[in-house]
Design a protein around this ligand. Structure first.
Ligand code: GLN
Length: 551
């Protein structure tokens, strides 16, 4: 039987529970343990697939085609876990399951209640995530903040779980905030005491406290927290703000969180080091030799989380190229021909990410035309590829009104069309072409240069595709189809012949990039942007960007 760690959060949201959880996973892997990480989300949606990015941030897609919480992205980036459908559980899924059992009469006439029926279904999902796999430790992150109504059934299920498997098989880690009050020049422990108090009221005594803070937590404060929250002093772990999110595992390891966990769970704590992670990821992220500026042109750029994996992948590509990547986040709705020179001044690469609906499309087309005609490296992802095809049809092939049938059903040139399998699909949730599919890469292309392999697998999330009836015209005009589905029927990658680096893909490579193993396409895109910059065409210091920070 595996050991279990539940991770809860207190005081406020956005403390970085996902990153804390992923960091603990990484540390446990370095001491030779096999981990899997799971997110328990208290909302009633079955999955985040139909939610607005402004509500939820990015929808992360797993190999097996689940639309999940973006924390699963952190889990896969920090650890070896390959997330599946089983790694994200929502209240919606649990109720769905319990109610359909009830309709089938499976509860044999009993009153169906939160306790025990909902909590039993939750416990079953916690067990199921490691079933049939060799897993030493399951980390289950409970979404929301302790004290919320919504997360109560999950907390109750976790409490029961620990009672059933015993203390040496299950521990609780609570992430909390220790705020610094400037006027008093003091760190305050009271919010932590209250949130641990709230947890205790529902029968959970945390074993480890991870304390988010701006300032160093002194030994005296650790002692105070330990005393009032009833935890061991060495189980009070400081989580001070860091420059790069990839530093977190190192900071936790310095405080010997692995030894504390192993002591509680009665497992041997073998030695392990994060030396390579520090050298290959953190040191490079913190000490880049150069800087390159990339424009991300989308409609959700105000929200930090909407393109989470894209930003992370660009940082990974920066690390692989010894460069910092500075983001110029451009709202595509603000792009016009007159403003383009100013917007893209100092930019050495343009990326158009995925999206849905027609708002902001014309601005994306303008950005792509700018990249194509100014020979600026361009990377299009999903909708970004579809837009690149539309732009090419309109401006190179001179097909007026070319479009995707997603945006104009009556276009004379539907260069992007509904996938055949999507015709007649009525339900919106979970019905796109989702998950990992193989792709065949053609030799003598930028794509092959990057992958150095002809057989690849990438994750998808779309309903529309390139319309095959136009392939020949596009090829004659100078577009290459560098990646196709193995049966040759679906266009997965396009690129331009007469351009230093112009590549677009129907899939989402951002879901497979890691800090210590940048995705080949992101790596080569950033490398092309650096070459573009070094050729003297543009300099990053010329820009007037609204800039993102390093991770
Ligand atoms: N809206 C497009 C489609 O459904 C692109 C989807 C995406 O970018 N993820 O095909």
């Amino acid at each position: 039987m595996p050991k279990y760690i539940f991770i809860t959060g207190g005081v406020v949201s956005s403390l970085g529970k996902g990153i804390a959880c992923a960091s603990i996973g990484r540390i446990l892997e370095t001491i030779g343990l096999k981990v899997t990480l799971q997110k328990l989300d208290p909302y009633i949606n079955v999955d985040p697939g139909t939610m607005n990015p402004y509500q939820h941030g990015e929808v992360y897609v797993t190999d097996d085609g689940a639309e999940t919480d973006l924390d699963l992205g952190h889990y896969e980036r920090y650890t070896q876990t390959v997330a599946t459908r089983a790694n994200n559980v929502t209240t919606g899924q649990i109720y769905n399951e319990v109610i359909s059992k009830e309709r089938k009469g499976e509860f044999l006439g009993s009153t169906v209640q939160v306790v025990p029926h909902i909590t039993d279904a939750i416990k079953e999902r916690i067990r199921a995530v490691s079933r049939g796999k060799r897993v030493d430790v399951v980390l289950s992150e409970i979404g929301g903040t302790v004290g919320d109504i919504e997360s109560l059934p999950f907390l109750e299920a976790a409490r029961q779980f620990r009672h059933e498997v015993g203390r040496e098989n299950c521990i609780f880690v609570h992430l909390t905030l220790v705020p610094y009050i400037k006027a008093a020049a003091e760190l305050k422990t009271k919010p932590t005491q209250h949130s641990v108090g709230t947890l205790r009221e529902i029968g959970i005594q945390p074993d480890i406290l991870v304390c988010r803070t701006e300032k160093k937590i002194s030994k005296a404060i650790k002692q105070k927290i330990a005393l009032f929250c009833n935890v061991d002093e060495n189980a009070v772990i400081e989580a001070r703000d860091v420059k790069s999110i990839y530093e977190v595992p190192i900071r936790f390891k310095e405080q010997k969180i692995d030894e504390v966990i192993c002591r509680f769970l009665k497992i041997e704590c073998r030695s392990g080091s994060l030396h390579l992670w520090k050298k290959e990821v953190v040191d490079k992220a913190l000490n880049p030799k150069k800087t390159v500026r990339i424009a991300i042109v989308g409609k959700y750029i105000d929200l930090q989380d909407a393109y989470k994996s894209i930003y992370e992948s660009l940082h990974h590509a920066g690390i692989a190229n010894d460069s910092a990547v500075v983001f110029k986040k451009v709202n595509s709705e603000h792009i016009t021909k007159a403003k383009e020179d100013r917007i893209f001044k100092g930019v050495s690469g343009i990326l158009v990410p995925g999206g849905f609906g027609m708002r902001g499309i014309e601005g994306k087309l303008e950005a792509i035309e700018y990249a194509r005609t100014h020979k600026i490296p361009f990377f299009g992802i999903c909708l970004g590829m579809q837009c690149a095809a539309i732009e090419f049809a309109r401006n190179v092939l001179e097909w007026k009104g070319a479009n995707s049938s997603e945006f104009n059903k009556k276009t004379p040139y539907p260069v992007i069309n509904l996938l055949e399998e999507q015709e007649g699909v009525e339900n919106l949730g979970g019905t796109m072409r989702l998950g990992a599919f193989p792709c065949h890469v053609k030799k003598n292309t930028q794509a092959y240069e990057a992958y150095k392999s002809q057989e690849i697998s990438e994750r998808h999330r779309h309903r529309y595709e390139f319309n095959n009836k136009y392939r020949e015209d596009f090829q004659k005009g100078g577009m290459k189809f560098s990646g196709l589905s193995p049966n040759g029927k679906l266009v997965e990658m396009i690129e331009l012949e007469d351009h230093p680096w112009f590549l677009a893909v129907q899939y989402h490579p951002e879901f497979k990039s890691k800090p210590d193993k940048a995705h080949p396409l992101f790596r080569e895109f950033v490398s092309a942007a650096i070459r573009y910059q070094e050729n003297g065409v543009t300099h990053p210091e010329n820009g007037t960007a609204e800039e993102g920070k390093n991770p």
